[in-house]
Ligand binder design. Structure first.
Ligand SMILES: Cc1cc2nc3c(=O)[nH]c(=O)nc-3n(C[C@H](O)[C@H](O)[C@H](O)COP(=O)(O)O)c2cc1C
Length: 334
């Protein structure tokens, strides 16, 4: 078997924003990029079959260069299709490829990919090899600590070793099991307990591998603490629902000197982008549905959010209106 070099410092990303279907589209990623110039961002999961067979590839693949560093996440189980997908990702300008072995959705698992693949380490290794052999990008994997109750630590450890041998450059471990029968995807993100100690043990047993922790992080101090044990922290729901909580990533994690942005500063920095989207006949709600999460925990936040939502849903939203109500936010100091 070909031997790959892992653990390159280039693949180290201390903080990332998790791939989330229907959330981490290019508009949300632009918002996050204005909040942190450093965090690694991920696309939503793209099913490789859909990507290969569509003649509208740009629908899946388009992004703004400002979003980089950007990882594209693939779901699939066919090395031949992954080979094509790897080439496409590289040609399109993505910074790395992530392979999804953590999604517990029955629809995904019935196609025999996502979390159910944790039961088939050899197949996953073939998929990783196929991605690695067909591009020069780092190839990473996102997985759980196991699937179903009987999955042991030994199984997890040998899964990771097998996938590392196939060339995976980084492991992002959602620190809970996926229960494939009986729990829906949402329950699978809350009911199986978070076990950071299992991921810590994995890192201890495999110090040469880059291992990131994911699951349940809600503030920056928790992440700083976790970085003592892990190579990176991935934030999901909290970044989506409360993006501004994460406004100190650059300063506190990456020791950058740039200024921490307020809600109005983030929105003002997005004005040219939003203007361009509207000019190209883009739907305002595509962006506003994410933007409203920026304004919370301040006086009149709900009123601000309702104004944006109503105007957008009634198709009366325009850039002057956004500037007007965001100036009001700024005048209040937010
Ligand atoms: C709405 C939603 C969609 C998600 N979609 C994906 C996905 O496409 N790919 C993936 O690997 N994980 C997906 N996840 C899981 C997250 O990436 C993450 O692993 C999980 O939410 C745990 O992290 P958190 O506690 O910080 O949210 C999704 C989670 C949510 C809430």
């Amino acid at each position: 078997m070909k031997s790959y070099q892992t653990n390159s410092i280039n693949n180290l990303h201390k903080i990332s924003v998790a791939p989330m279907m229907d959330c981490t589209d290019k508009h949300f990623r632009m918002i996050m990029r204005k909040i942190s110039s450093k965090a690694l961002l991920y696309t939503e999961m793209i099913v490789v079959q859909s990507l290969i067979y569509t003649d509208k590839k740009e629908k899946f693949l388009n992004f703004n260069s400002e979003e980089r560093p950007l990882s594209i996440q693939f779901g699939g189980d066919d090395p031949k299709m992954l080979k094509e997908a790897a080439k496409i990702a590289q040609d399109w300008g993505y910074d790395e490829i992530n392979f999804n072995v953590g999604c517990p959705s029955p629809r995904v698992c019935s196609g025999n990919f996502g979390a159910s693949l944790m039961k088939e380490p050899k197949k996953v290794a073939k998929c990783i090899e196929s991605l690695k052999n067909n591009c020069t990008l780092p190839v990473t994997i996102k997985h759980r600590i196991g699937v179903d109750q009987e999955y042991s630590f030994e199984k997890l450890n040998s899964f990771v070793k097998e996938v590392a041998n196939a060339g995976a450059d980084r492991f992002i471990v959602h620190a809970r099991k996926a229960i494939l029968k009986g729990l829906n995807p949402k329950q699978n993100r809350t009911i199986p307990p978070l076990k950071y100690d299992v991921v810590k043990e994995l890192k201890t047993m495999n110090p040469e591998l880059l291992i990131e922790i994911n699951g349940g992080f809600t503030n920056i101090d928790q992440c700083i603490n976790a970085l003592n044990d892990f190579d990176g922290v991935m934030i999901g729901r909290s970044a989506y629902k409360h993006p501004l909580i994460w406004s100190e990533i650059d300063q506190k994690i990456y020791k950058e000197n740039n200024k921490i942005k307020s809600a109005s500063e983030v929105i003002f920095s997005l004005i040219p982008y939003i203007e361009n989207h509207l000019k190209n006949k883009g739907n305002s709600w595509d962006i506003c549905k994410h933007l409203i999460n920026l304004v919370e925990n301040i006086p009149k936040a709900k009123i601000w959010r309702n104004k944006v939502s109503n105007k957008s849903k009634q198709k009366e939203f325009n850039i002057d209106y956004l500037i007007k109500i965001t100036s009001e936010l700024r005048e209040m100091g937010y």
